[in-house]
Design a protein around this ligand. Structure first.
Ligand SMILES: [Zn+2]
Ligand SMILES: [Zn+2]
Length: 393
C-alpha cells in the first residue's frame, strides 16, 4: 500500500489493506464533493459513455468476469456480473460512475463472495506506473497536502499536518519524463515476455492506464492457471530479485569472461551482452553488473501481478481522477500519452478552486490555484473536481 489516494483506484486489490486505503480516501472525498459537482461529473462522464460506449473494450467470456465500479462521491461496488457487453454498457451509462473495473480472472460464479466464486484462471497482468520508478522530476510535481488548511510539502507525507494536525494526502503529478519512464519500463516487460518467456507479441495487449502508466495483459494460455506463487516468481524475475548478489555474478564473469555458465539465455545472457559491450568500462565488474541490472530490470508493481482476484480499470472507460481514458496502445512509437487519452471536451468550465497543486494534462500546465474561480478546458477542470479540490462555479 503506497498511501496514495489514486493508486488503489488504478487496479483494485481484494486485500483488506488496499480496500481500507480506498475507503479512507473516498471518505475524505465524500465530504468535499458537493451535490452540484457530483451531478456535473456524472453528466460529463455520461455524455462520454453515450457517445463512446462502443469503444469500451470488454474482456472475452464477459459472463464469467467480476465487475465493479465507484460512483462519484461513493465507495466501491464489487461482485457484479453481466451477461453481455450490451447489458454492461447500459449499466455503465446509467451509473456514469467515476471508475469501472473488470476482473482478469474468470469465475464460475462472479457475484459470490471471493472464496465461493470458483476461480478458473486469470490473464497475467503487469502494472507499470511512474509512482514505482524513481524519476528525478518527482520533487517538482509530487507533494503532500493538508485537507484542512491546504498546507503543502515535499514527500514523504507526515501522518498529520504539522500546522493544523488536519488529515494529509499525497498528490502525484505527471510529466513527460515520468510518462517516458513508464513507457521504457513497459517495453522492458514486453522484452522479457517475448525474449525470455517466449510469449508471441500478438498475445500481449498494452493499455495506457488513464493516469501515469501502462497495463500489459498477457493472453498466453500457459500463464492462465498460474497461482500467486508462480506469478510472484515471474514478477521477481523481471525485477531482478531472484538473481545471486551482483558481487557473485561479477566474480563468475571475472573467472570465465568469454562464456560464463548459463549465458545463452535469460538474465545471464542479458548481463554478459551488456558487460561484453563495455570492455573498456573504467569501474569495477560489480558496478558494471549492477548497471546491467538497473538498465534492464522492469520496475513493475509486483503486488498487482501476484493478486489473482483483482479488478482492473476497464479499457475504454474514464479514469476517476484524471478524466483521461484507459486505452489500447497499438504502437508505442506513435502513442502520445499526453494527448491521445485526453478525450473530454475543451469547452470552458468554471471552477471554484479552494486549492489545487500545479498539474499537467494535454501537455499544458494548470495551477497552482488557491481560493479562486478559474475557467479551464473541461478535460482539465475534471482533475480539480474529482479530487475535491474545488466545485463547479
Ligand atoms: Zn493543515
Ligand atoms: Zn515527472
Amino acid at each position: 500500500m503506497k498511501g496514495d489516494c489514486e493508486r488503489p483506484l488504478e487496479s483494485n486489490s481484494s486485500s483488506e489493506n488496499q480496500s481500507k486505503g480506498l475507503l479512507i480516501c473516498w471518505a475524505q472525498m465524500k465530504e468535499t464533493l458537493n451535490e452540484a459537482t457530483i451531478a456535473f461529473l456524472r453528466k460529463i462522464y455520461r455524455e462520454f459513455y453515450f457517445e463512446h460506449g462502443d469503444t469500451i473494450d470488454f474482456p472475452d467470456q464477459i459472463q464469467s468476469r467480476e465487475f465493479g465500479y465507484i460512483p462519484f462521491g461513493g465507495g466501491m461496488v464489487r461482485h457484479l456480473s453481466f451477461k453481455s457487453a450490451g447489458e454492461a454498457k447500459a449499466e455503465i451509462l446509467r451509473q456514469s460512475p467515476s471508475s469501472v473495473y473488470a476482473s482478469n480472472a474468470r469465475y464460475l460464479a462472479p457475484t459470490m463472495p471471493m472464496e465461493e466464486k470458483g476461480w478458473q484462471g486469470a490473464e497475467l497482468i503487469f502494472d507499470i506506473d511512474a509512482t514505482d520508478i524513481p524519476t528525478p522530476c518527482k520533487k517538482s510535481h509530487d507533494l503532500w497536502y493538508c485537507g484542512r488548511c491546504h498546507a503543502t510539502g515535499r514527500l514523504p507525507k507526515p501522518a498529520t499536518c504539522p500546522k493544523c494536525e488536519g488529515p494529509t494526502a499525497e498528490f502525484h503529478g505527471t510529466c513527460g519524463v515520468c510518462l517516458l519512464a513508464s513507457k521504457e519500463h513497459a517495453l522492458r516487460v514486453i522484452d522479457f515476455l517475448t525474449e525470455d518467456f517466449g510469449v508471441p507479441k500478438g498475445e500481449i495487449r498494452a493499455y495506457f492506464s488513464g493516469n501515469r502508466g501502462y497495463h500489459l495483459h498477457v493472453y498466453d494460455d500457459r500463464f492462465y492457471k498460474l497461482d500467486q506463487t508462480g506469478r510472484a516468481e515471474v514478477a521477481d524475475y523481471m525485477l531482478a530479485l531472484s538473481l545471486p548478489p551482483s558481487q557473485s555474478i561479477a566474480s563468475l564473469l571475472k573467472r570465465r569472461p568469454a562464456s560464463p555458465p548459463g549465458s545463452t539465455y535469460g538474465w545471464m545472457k542479458r548481463i554478459t551482452s551488456f558487460t561484453q559491450a563495455k570492455a573498456d568500462y573504467p569501474g569495477t565488474m560489480q558496478k558494471l553488473v549492477s548497471e546491467a541490472l538497473s538498465s534492464q530490470r522492469a520496475l513493475i508493481d509486483a503486488s498487482v501481478t501476484t493478486d489473482i482476484h483483482r479488478v482492473f480499470r476497464l479499457a475504454g472507460t474514464l479514469h476517476g481522477n484524471t478524466g483521461m481514458a484507459k486505452m489500447r496502445v497499438k504502437s508505442f512509437d506513435t502513442f502520445d500519452p499526453e494527448k491521445d487519452p485526453v478525450v473530454l471536451s475543451a469547452e470552458q468550465t468554471k471552477v471554484k478552486a479552494s486549492f489545487c497543486p500545479k498539474f499537467s494534462i494535454h501537455g499544458e500546465t494548470f495551477g497552482p490555484f488557491k481560493s479562486e474561480t478559474v475557467s479551464l478546458p473541461t478535460y482539465a477542470a475534471i482533475s480539480i473536481l474529482t479530487r475535491g479540490f474545488g466545485e463547479v462555479a
